[in-house]
Design a protein around this ligand. Sequence first.
Ligand SMILES: [Zn+2]
Ligand SMILES: [Zn+2]
Length: 183
Amino acid sequence: MEFLISELEREPVEFDLQLAPGAVDFGDQAQQEGLLGTSGHAEVLHEHRGPKEIVPDIRLRGRFSGKFHVPCARCIEPVEVPLTAEFDLIFRPVGADSDAPERSITAPETEIGYYQEDSLLLEDVLREQVLLSLPVRTLCKPDCKGLCPRCGVNRNNQTCTCDEGPADPRWEALAGLRSRIKS
Ligand SMILES: [Zn+2]
Ligand SMILES: [Zn+2]
C-alpha cells in the first residue's frame, strides 16, 4: 500500500490490511507464516520552518501482528516467533534535512525516517518495523546444543564422534610431529 503525499494532503488515510506472505520481503532473517495484520492511520504534518519553507512530513501510526519463523541462533532450525507491536513514526521528504542536521523533532518519542519522491510504501515500513521487533537472539530451546562445528550435524537430534577427534592429545602430538617434519 502506497501513501501518496497528494492524497494525504486532502485527508488522512486509515488502513486495515491482512498481508499474505511475500507481500513484504523480509530477506532471510524472518519468514512470515500466515497473514500479517496491520492497521493504522497516516496523515500529513506540516512542519513550518520559517515563513516560506513548509515541509510535508508523513506521520504513520499503527500496529502489526503476525507470526514469523526465525532461524535458531545455534542450530538454524526455524523457531516460531509471534510478533505484535505498535509504531508511531515520522517520515520527512528525502533531502529535507540536508542543510540542517539537527532539527527539533515534533514529538520526542517518535522516530524520524525519510520518504522518497512523493510517497511512502507501507510494506517498506513494515519490513523495518518487523525486523526491529525481532529478538536479537532466538534459540529453539534454552539448552539448544547447536551444530557440530566440525561435521555440521544438529547435535539436538544426532550425535557425532567429532568430540574425540582433533581435540584428542594424540592428534595434537601428531600435528606437532607434522610441523616438525615440515620445518
Ligand atoms: Zn537450536
Ligand atoms: Zn561432528
